[in-house]
Design a protein around this ligand. Structure first.
Ligand code: FEO
Length: 404
């Protein structure tokens, strides 16, 4: 625990009391290159309320931050917006230590918490739209089912204009700064996009519905306090507009060429396809999997319009790194892509067909015939690759800015 850890005031009577995890780099398969935070919030209403907790090893840090404002034993109410262990891991210890009058979760949250922490029966389920009086303030609960778990909900503090949005609208970013306006915009946009691409993308239709619902609620939003990363206080519309754009999944002229290679042949094919794409007016990113983490590939795919995948054949299968990224991307359900696949092989050459099957399963609209090469590509094969790149570029939507 960080010695001297203190709470950070967000606004009058509302404090950040979470923890900063500077060391984590693997968050269930997601490369958290900049670490993360586990955000918890303290509302100093007549009924003192804690919103979410932290990952279990960070419990002492959270309690120390709470104690810099109030004796944790005076907490009356604990709200669990999301049951995943990075936010609920310390909940049983908090309940045991604080013995709050009320523990709140959504109806699914109460069920999930009971299955996570066997015997945890103190949780009261609230309904979507329900209001809870804290005496001089109140909380409104908004179910956000499947964003990104069945239990997920938002809690709104209308008296201070704070929306506690759990994972949604957040990012994995460890920092000493607690607010968006203290952090570089490019870092915010990349990490928020990475979070969306890797966590929320499969639920994009629900994101659209949620944004419409929030828009109709006429909230006086002053702060969006998420469970990871900084609190949004400068311009909440900026992140909400990005969520609108990302959840629409409209294709662009950006194309990823994702591949791995054994002896350089598939890499040569990737480069020739990249040249064809570029000549066709696409914005191209070559992502060799020896140097590209699956979660970064997913992030790059968020604003793309095309996906081209290359794999050598090894022991009658696609290359393991290619299998890894394709299985991961398939689960993220990115829509509205065109693409193709390619690869080199020695004798049997199964990989390209296997890649094509998964890409069709991902609903990628396949353009032309995949390019297969035995052994090392000659000029004729590289011409085929170049032509395949041109063909994919022709299938992209016109460029809005330059009318390509
Ligand atoms: Fe940050 Fe879904 O947990």
């Amino acid at each position: 625990m960080a010695h001297g850890a203190k709470a950070v005031e967000i606004t009058k009577d509302a404090y950040w009391v979470g923890a900063v995890d500077w060391t984590i780099r693997d968050f269930h398969g997601y490369l958290t290159a900049r670490g993360t935070t586990y955000n918890a919030y303290l509302v100093m209403a007549d009924k003192i309320t804690l919103i979410d907790t932290v990952k279990k090893p960070f419990g002492a840090e959270m309690l120390a931050r709470i104690a810099s404002v109030v004796d944790p034993g005076r907490i009356d109410c604990v709200v669990s917006n999301h049951a995943e262990m990075d936010h609920s891991g310390f909940l049983p210890e908090v309940i045991a230590a604080v013995q709050p009058q009320t523990v709140i979760a959504s109806s699914m949250g109460a069920k999930v918490l009971a299955r996570h922490f066997h015997g945890l029966t103190e949780v009261r389920a609230v309904k979507d739209g329900e209001t809870l009086s804290l005496g001089n303030m109140s909380l409104n609960f908004v179910e956000t089912r499947m964003l990104h778990w069945p239990d997920s909900m938002f809690t709104y503090l209308p008296d201070r204009g704070v929306l506690f949005s759990q994972d949604a609208l957040g990012m994995h970013l460890a920092s000493s700064e607690r607010f968006d306006d203290e952090i570089d915009d490019h870092v915010l946009e990349w990490e928020a996009a990475k979070y969306y691409a890797n966590i929320l993308l499969p639920f994009s239709p629900l994101v659209q519905k949620l944004l419409q619902r929030l828009g109709g609620m006429n909230l006086d939003l002053q702060f969006i306090a998420t469970d990871h990363g900084p609190v949004w206080r400068k311009d909440q519309g900026w992140i909400l507009d990005l969520y609108d754009k990302w959840s629409r999944q409209e294709p662009t002229r950006k194309v990823l060429v994702v591949y791995d290679t054994m002896w350089g042949s598939t890499a040569k094919m990737a480069e020739a396809i990249g040249e064809g794409l570029q000549q066709g007016g696409a914005c191209v990113k070559l992502l060799p999997l020896s140097a590209s983490h699956r979660s970064d590939v997913a992030t790059e795919l968020l604003d793309a319009g095309g996906l081209v995948v290359g794999s050598p054949t090894i022991n009658s299968n696609m290359f393991p790194t290619v299998a890894d990224v394709l299985y991961y991307l398939r689960g993220l359900k990115r829509q509205n892509l065109v693409g193709t696949c390619f690869g080199s092989h020695g004798w049997s050459g199964e990989a390209v067909g296997q890649v094509a099957d998964i890409m069709r399963d991902m609903k990628v609209h396949m353009i032309g015939e995949p390019v297969k090469c035995q052994w090392v590509p000659d000029e004729a094969v590289l011409d085929q690759c170049y032509a395949a790149g041109l063909q994919v570029a022709e299938a992209l939507p016109p460029c809005r800015e330059c009318a390509v």
